[in-house]
Design a protein around this ligand. Structure first.
Ligand code: FES
Length: 350
């Protein structure tokens, strides 16, 4: 998609005022929405303003719509630059939107494009007499009548090089033209001979309910086949176990229901309260009241002697077990390994 920006300043008109017709249209549109929601009418108003301005939206028209809707102009500008149905530059009296999407291309849109380039020139270019301009757009939703173009508000379909040339000639000369299919087909009926839905029985009611009959016959045939299959099973064949092929049901691993089934008595509320009462907790007396508590891990302050009587190696940075950190000679915070950092007795580093 091309960058969408406002027309150059030299193309912009100096002023734009909403006509009485546009004003009254705007009031009707705004009245459709609850108070304070008038911005919802922005698309309708821009469309009308574009019509008033001759098929495109100058900056002043955008600002006039913003003022009417009490919206910041930049918000209206965002809408205008987003939707390709708003033209930002002047267009011809007949603005042709040419569909260049796959179904149209497969049906000859390339030929139509060549006619446009030869007769009008590049896209977004208005002929010197102001009659034509064109723009390639994506699918316009009339693919079954491809190739097609939209000229102003109307669709022209089933185009060929010849009928399109004639169409342009008639428009340029101000002659009446035929909207829709240019080959005479009605809307999107089959292009050539009708070759589907031709069975008269479809229209005389004789096939009403036929689908049901078909299914009933099919069900009957299937029942007969099943009965034949059962009859063909040898008498001595063992019947399958009732549980064969089914998931085995088993109790959940550990549930109150399972425990009750196994004869376990649920814990009473009184027992639960007693267990939670710290005053009734069992006290464990230490065997030797004077014994030092055992270190919590092998990485404690004191190394364990391997043999009886062997001296315990003491690291210069390792205080004795039980020494409060404040009285330890060396801190173990990493400062001892920093060059130039000394630690005094009060554990102040300098
Ligand atoms: S592809 Fe052209 S109208 Fe859909």
């Amino acid at each position: 998609m091309a960058v969408r920006k406002l027309a150059p300043e030299d193309m912009q008109p100096e002023s734009f005022v909403l006509s009485p017709e546009t004003e009254s249209f705007a009031d009707k549109e705004i009245a459709k929405y609850p108070p304070g929601r008038q911005a919802s009418a922005v698309i309708a108003l821009l469309t009308k303003a574009q019509e008033q301005a001759g098929g495109w939206l100058p900056r002043k028209a955008i600002e006039a719509v913003a003022a009417k809707l009490d919206m910041p102009a930049i918000r209206v500008m965002e809408v205008v630059t987003f939707y390709t149905m708003f033209n930002l530059e002047p267009v011809g009296k007949y603005f042709i939107q040419f569909c260049g999407t796959t179904p149209c291309v497969l049906r000859g849109a390339g030929d139509i494009r060549r006619v446009l380039e030869r007769r009008i020139g590049d896209q977004n270019h208005v002929t010197p007499d102001g009659t034509f301009s064109w723009l390639e757009v994506e699918c316009l939703g009339a693919c079954s009548n491809a190739p097609m173009v939209q000229i102003n508000d109307d669709y022209y379909e089933d185009l060929t090089t010849e009928n399109f040339e004639t169409l342009l000639d008639d428009l340029a000369a101000g002659r009446p033209v035929k909207v829709g299919s240019q080959i005479g087909r009605i809307r999107s009926e089959p292009f050539e001979a009708v070759n589907t839905l031709q069975d008269p029985a479809l229209y005389d009611g004789s096939v009403v309910g036929a689908w049901r009959k078909r299914f009933e016959e099919q069900a009957k045939a299937e029942t007969g086949e099943a009965a034949a299959a059962v009859a063909s099973i040898p008498q001595e064949a063992k019947a399958a176990k009732p549980s064969a092929g089914r998931a085995i049901e088993s109790d959940a691993a550990d549930t109150p229901a399972k425990r009750a089934k196994e004869g376990e008595r649920p814990i009473s509320r009184t027992d639960q309260k007693e267990a939670a009462d710290p005053s009734k907790a069992t006290k464990v007396e230490p065997k030797d009241a004077g014994a030092q508590p055992a270190p919590q891990s092998s990485k404690s302050y004191v190394a364990t002697p391997k043999k009886e009587g062997e001296a315990v190696p003491v690291s210069p940075t390792t205080p004795e077990a039980g020494t409060p950190p404040a009285q330890a000679e060396t801190r173990r915070d990493g400062s001892e390994s920093k060059p130039g950092v000394t630690v005094d007795k009060d554990n102040k580093s300098s």
